[in-house]
Design a protein around this ligand. Structure first.
Ligand code: MN
Length: 235
């Protein structure tokens, strides 16, 4: 039996359509797992049932997390929010943490996970963090435009086998206060948080602000994140 990875999807409210870029499922498939898409327009009451049927969870990228979840009103540069998706993913993230189900969180997934665990976000980096770099690149998806520094003693450094590399960047939000029981494991040169993970090294959770699914084909080191997820989630 192959390892089943539940992958969350986006919800296009106007078209009443649930979508996910195929690179996420390609990355899981090519790492030996079977990706199952989790519909975004689904009752959060089903989160536990879904979690009991997957071996691992991939929280995918997408629109902004509603700042209401961390006690703020919308900044003028807040982008699109999807209440249905937020509701479901908050339940999935909290449930997975509680049940010790392995998680790989990507971009919005990192932000969602941080909020689900009690952290906060900058709603717009450019406006709220003076001197920040360009984090919404105008370059091919696979191309790493800014550097990150990874802490030496963390799961991320262990999985990637390095403490310094270039990543792609397609975000305008980022972690402000890291959630309790989580730690920052990678930052960009401007201090923007690029990865978090639980303080306890026993929890199988990695969260990255960049898009490894858009790079793994051209830059092999990034495939290690998906291989890690599929292996650690293996039943
Ligand atoms: Mn970035």
């Amino acid at each position: 039996m192959k390892t089943v990875i539940g992958v969350t999807s986006s919800f296009d409210v106007e078209k009443d359509t649930q979508v996910l870029p195929a690179n996420y499922t390609r990355a899981v498939e090519s790492s030996g797992g079977i990706p199952f898409l989790i519909p975004a327009a689904l009752s959060p009451a089903l989160a536990d049932e879904i979690l009991s049927r997957v071996n691992g969870l991939l929280l995918s990228g997408g629109y902004d997390v509603d700042p209401q979840w961390f006690g703020e009103n919308p900044h003028p540069k807040l982008g699109t929010v999807s209440p249905e998706r937020d509701n479901l993913e908050i339940s999935l993230a909290r449930g997975a943490l509680q049940k010790n189900i392995p998680i790989l969180a990507i971009c919005r997934g990192l932000q969602l996970l941080n909020v689900a665990a009690g952290g906060t976000l900058y709603q717009d980096i450019h406006d709220q963090v003076p001197g920040s770099l360009k984090h919404r690149q105008d370059a091919p998806r696979w191309y790493g435009t800014h550097e990150i520094l990874i802490e030496k003693d963390c799961l991320l450094a262990q999985v990637l086998g390095t403490t310094r590399l270039r990543v792609n960047s397609f975000h305008h939000q980022s972690v402000k206060a890291v959630a309790p029981h989580f730690k920052i494991t990678a930052t960009a040169p401007d201090g923007i948080v690029e990865a978090i993970e639980p303080v306890s090294s026993k929890l199988p959770v990695l969260a990255v602000q960049w898009h490894p699914e858009g790079m793994f084909d051209q830059v092999p080191v990034f495939k290690a994140l998906f291989t890690w997820l599929v292996q650690i989630a293996s039943p």
